[in-house]
Design a protein around this ligand. Structure first.
Ligand code: ADP
Ligand code: MG
Length: 442
C-alpha cells in the first residue's frame, strides 16, 4: 500500500473534496508531501493515526485536511479539538486551519493560557466553533468552569507534538481532558519525535491506529547543515557576538535554557547594536506574540528564545539556529534545529559547546547517527570582542537586577516554578493549580 501511495502526486488523487482542492490550489500547495500522502487516505477512511515525520514536512496539513474533509461532509457543531504544547503553536495551527478551511467556512477558536481573557474565550466557545485549538491547561479550566461548554460531541481529537503532550507534566491535564470527551472519536497523534513507548501512547486511547512513519526516529532533514563549535564557558558570550557579527544578513534563532539567560542575552545584544528580541515564558502573551511578529516581519533578525519556541513554529525565513545552551534532551535539539531548513529549504545550525558539554555532543551524535561538523570560526575575533561583551554583560546584570527588584517578590511567590527553571512548559501554572486543587481534595 505504501509503495502505491508514494506514486501519488496530486491532492485530488487523495480523495479530498472540491472546496479543499480549490483552496490548496490558491495556497500554492501543488504537491502533497510524503506525510500528507500517507495520512490523508486513512484519515478520510476514519482511522486513528500516529503520524511521524521530520520537522517542517507538512504535518499540520496532514492532520487538518482529513478533518476538514469530514467536516465538509458533516458540518455539525463543535467538531474537533486540537491540543498543542505552546500558545504560539496553537495560534499558528488555528491560522493554518483558517487558511485551509476558508472556502468551506470552518470556524476556529484558540483557547490558550496566560493573560488571555477568559471571558472573551468563553464567548468564543459559546459561538460553537467547529474546531477548538488549545493548550491543555486553559482548556481544562474552561471545561471545569465555563457554563455550557463541553466537548461531549467532538468527533476528532488531535495531539500535535504528541510526545510532549503525553509527557508526565502535561499528562495530568491531557488525561483529565480525555475523561470528558467521547471514547467514540477519531484520534491523531503527530510529532517528529514520537517513540514507541506503548504505555505512553495508550494514554490517548487509540483504536487500531494506522502508524505512518516517514522518517526514522530522531531524524533531522538533509537540507540542514549541522555544526558544533567548541569554546570555553567564559568566552561563550563573546563567541556568540562574533558569530552574530559574521551573520549580520541572516535571520537567526538563538536557543537558551533559562528565562534569565534569554533576558540577559537580549539586553547584551541590544547594547551591542543587534536587532534582537527575547521570547520566554515570563513575558505577557501580547509581548510574546509581539516579539514573534517583529521577528517574522523582519523588524528584528534575531530571536532569542527558550524552549517555548522549540516546537512546531513555522517561520520560513529562519536561516540559522544557534544553540547557545545545549538542550536538556537530544529530542529538544531535533525540535530546536527544526525551526530552520523547513519545507525543503536549506538552513544551518550551530551548537555552542563548552568544556562541560562534550558528553552531550557525543550522546547527540549517537542519537542522530550523524557527526556534526566543526564550525569554522576564528577564536581570535571573540578574544578581541571579549572586553566589550563582558562590559555589556555587567550592564545587563545590573539592569536585570533592577527589573527584578521593581517587579517585587509578589510575582515570584505566585509562581510555583522558579523563574530559573527550564522554560517551555506552557500553561503549567494552570496545570499545577489544578493538581494542587486535586491534592487538597484527596
Ligand atoms: P511540520 O508540522 O511537519 O513541522 P508544517 O505543517 O508546519 O510542518 O509545514 C511546514 C511548512 O510547509 C508550512 O509553511 C506549510 O505551509 C508548508 N506546506 C505544508 N504542506 C505543503 C504542501 N503540500 N505544499 C507546499 N507547502 C506546504
Ligand atoms: Mg508541526
Amino acid at each position: 500500500m505504501i509503495n502505491q501511495q508514494h506514486q501519488v502526486s496530486t491532492f485530488s488523487e487523495l480523495g479530498l473534496s472540491e472546496p479543499l482542492l480549490k483552496t490548496l490550489e490558491q495556497l500554492n500547495f501543488t504537491t502533497p508531501t510524503p506525510i500528507q500522502i500517507e495520512c490523508i487516505p486513512p484519515g478520510i477512511e476514519g482511522r486513528d493515526i500516529i503520524g511521524i515525520a521530520p520537522t517542517g514536512s507538512g504535518k499540520t496539513a496532514a492532520f487538518v485536511l482529513p478533518i476538514l474533509n469530514h467536516l465538509w461532509d458533516n458540518p455539525q457543531g463543535m467538531f474537533a479539538c486540537v491540543l498543542a504544547p505552546t500558545r504560539e503553536l496553537a495560534f499558528q495551527i488555528a491560522s493554518q486551519i483558517d487558511a485551509l478551511g476558508s472556502a468551506m467556512g470552518a470556524r476556529t477558536a484558540v483557547i490558550v493560557g496566560g493573560d488571555e481573557d477568559r471571558v472573551k474565550q468563553a464567548v468564543m466557545l459559546a459561538r460553537k466553533p467547529h474546531i477548538v485549538v488549545a493548550t491543555p491547561g486553559r482548556l481544562l479550566d474552561h471545561l471545569k468552569v465555563t457554563k455550557g461548554f463541553n466537548l461531549r460531541n467532538i468527533k476528532f481529537l488531535i495531539l500535535d507534538e504528541a510526545d510532549r503532550l503525553l509527557d508526565s507534566d502535561f499528562g495530568v491535564s491531557v488525561d483529565e481532558i480525555l475523561k470528558v470527551i467521547p471514547t467514540e472519536r477519531t484520534t491523531y497523534l503527530f510529532s517528529a519525535t514520537l517513540t514507541d513507548k506503548v504505555a505512553k501512547l495508550q494514554r490517548a486511547n487509540l483504536r487500531n491506529p494506522v502508524k505512518v512513519q516517514v522518517s526514522t526516529k530522531y531524524e533531522t532533514v538533509d537540507s540542514l547543515l549541522q555544526y558544533y563549535l567548541l569554546c570555553p564557558l567564559v568566552k561563550k558570550e563573546a563567541t556568540l557576538v562574533s558569530l552574530l557579527n559574521s551573520m549580520a544578513q541572516n535571520s537567526i534563532i538563538i536557543f537558551v535554557r533559562t528565562k534569565e539567560h534569554c533576558q540577559r542575552l537580549a539586553v547584551i545584544s541590544r547594547i551591542l547594536g543587534f536587532r534582537s528580541v527575547p521570547l520566554h515564558g515570563d513575558m505577557s502573551q501580547s509581548q510574546r506574540l509581539g516579539a514573534l511578529n517583529q521577528f517574522k516581519s523582519e523588524g528584528s533578525n534575531i530571536l532569542i528564545a527558550t524552549d517555548i519556541a522549540s516546537r512546531g513554529l513555522d517561520i520560513p525565513s529562519v536561516d540559522v539556529v544557534i544553540n547557545f545552551d545545549c538542550p536538556t534532551h537530544s529530542k529538544d535539539y531535533i525540535h530546536r534545529v527544526g525551526r530552520t531548513a523547513r519545507a525543503g529549504r536549506s538552513g544551518k545550525s550551530i551548537l555552542m559547546a563548552s568544556q562541560y558539554d562534550i558528553e552531550f555532543v557525543q550522546r547527540l551524535e549517537k542519537v542522530l547517527d550523524k557527526k556534526l561538523d566543526l564550525y569554522p570560526h576564528d577564536p581570535e575575533e571573540a578574544h578581541l570582542l571579549r572586553e566589550r561583551v563582558d562590559e555589556a554583560g555587567r550592564v545587563a546584570a545590573n539592569q536585570l537586577r533592577e527589573d527584578k527588584r521593581a517587579k517585587g517578590d509578589a510575582r515570584r511567590r505566585r509562581k510555583p516554578l522558579s523563574s530559573g527553571d527550564r522554560d517551555g512548559e506552557e500553561d503549567l501554572d494552570e496545570v499545577n493549580r489544578f493538581v494542587m486543587k486535586k491534592k487538597r481534595k484527596v
